[in-house]
Design a protein around this ligand. Structure first.
Ligand SMILES: *[C@@H]1O[C@H](CO)[C@@H](O)[C@H](O)[C@H]1NC(C)=O
Ligand SMILES: *[C@@H]1O[C@H](CO)[C@@H](O)[C@H](O)[C@H]1NC(C)=O
Ligand SMILES: *[C@@H]1O[C@H](CO)[C@@H](O)[C@H](O)[C@H]1NC(C)=O
Ligand SMILES: *[C@@H]1O[C@H](CO)[C@@H](O)[C@H](O)[C@H]1NC(C)=O
Ligand SMILES: *[C@@H]1O[C@H](CO)[C@@H](O)[C@H](O)[C@H]1NC(C)=O
Length: 289
């Protein structure tokens, strides 16, 4: 019994050895050298072909890419908003009597607004007719680049320009906060000559603390003439429009949670999916000492 089993084992291992290398037929793993050569050759050409296909597709893709505008862009979503000065975690907190607590905000605003100087805007940008889009489309294949941009003069921010009050109200407990709408190429933020505008309010529990606010330019509008935006490369001197909010009599020594949002007849308000669309929240705290 055990002898036949051993024999069977030996036979099996012989079979296996023969499959690996058969000296009679000169087959390695059941194939002759020619057969192996053909297979390797086949795979070589197969992979060369795949690599060629990949290179060709890539080449055609790159040919269709355009330096000036994105080839693929998602459905235009409502963009987010940002505030200036930039504080830690969207918090503007300072003491009126402590110069050092707000001079960082003031120098941040000074730097940010420097390219908005009227003298600079006159040199670089056009004085556009307001309340209408500044359309500069390409005509077919003929590029209309570089495209011009519209002036946004620092003086339109009036009390928040840093020119009439070089401390932007921070030394008097009436701080200015600048708001910008993130750039989206091709976005048309209003129809029927209605520019989108910003409104700011306090979160419910703070509604009695925010006090009156005033907006610059009047009504807090982002004028339609600053749109559509054609991208950094096409519109080299683009100056992003701003809205300034000045808090005239906000409560002192308390946190005030504020939300500013865009109002537009084409952009949808922030959905549940994207809470940051078209709005920005920040904390304001003005201490007396
Ligand atoms: C803009 O104006 C401010 C105040 O007049 C000045 O300090 C700043 O240097 C100017 N910036 C440019 C770029 O002209
Ligand atoms: C910006 O200021 C310049 C110089 O003061 C003025 O000529 C121009 O009309 C102003 N532009 C706008 C859009 O207000
Ligand atoms: C951009 O601004 C420069 C001056 O700073 C001006 O010479 C140039 O013509 C402007 N380009 C466009 C496309 O507006
Ligand atoms: C501000 O809004 C009011 C009411 O909508 C309008 O009558 C007024 O003309 C607007 N002012 C400016 C400067 O757009
Ligand atoms: C500012 O607000 C306080 C209450 O927070 C109020 O008592 C005061 O009269 C207000 N001042 C002005 C000038 O409105």
């Amino acid at each position: 019994m055990s002898g036949s089993k051993q024999e069977e084992d030996r036979k099996g291992s012989n079979q296996w050895r023969e499959f690996f290398w058969n000296p009679r037929t000169h087959e390695l793993l059941g194939r002759t050298a020619t057969s192996w050569g053909l297979i390797l050759l086949f795979y070589l050409f197969f992979y060369l072909f795949l690599a060629g296909m990949f290179a060709l597709t890539m080449y055609i893709m790159l040919l269709t890419l355009d330096d000036y505008k994105p080839t693929w862009q998602d459905r235009l979503e409502t963009p987010g908003m940002m505030i200036r000065p930039k504080g830690d975690q969207l918090e503007i907190s300072f003491s009126v009597s402590d110069t050092e607590s707000w001079d960082g905000f003031v120098s941040n605003l000074n730097n940010f607004l420097s390219p908005y100087n009227d003298s600079f805007q006159v040199q670089t940008n056009d004085n556009c007719p307001p309340d209408q889009y500044f359309i500069q489309e390409d005509s077919g294949e003929v590029r209309n680049n570089p495209k011009r941009s519209c002036q946004f003069n620092r003086t339109t921010l009036e009390d928040c320009s840093g020119l009439l009050d070089r401390f932007y109200g921070y030394s008097r407990g009436q701080p200015c906060i600048l708001i910008k709408l993130n750039r989206v190429i091709g976005m048309l933020p209003g129809k029927d000559r209605q520019s989108p505008y910003v409104t700011c309010g306090a979160k419910r529990e703070d509604s009695d603390k925010i006090g009156p606010v005033v907006y610059f330019p009047p009504n807090g509008t982002f004028n339609l003439m600053y749109y559509p935006y054609y991208g950094k490369k096409a519109q080299v001197n683009y100056t992003q429009p701003l809205v300034a909010v000045k808090f005239l009599n906000a409560s002192l020594n308390t946190d005030i949670n504020i939300e500013c949002k865009i109002n537009s007849n084409t952009l949808e308000a922030g959905s549940e999916r994207d809470k940051f669309a078209g709005r920005v929240s920040f904390k304001l705290r003005i201490n007396e000492k």
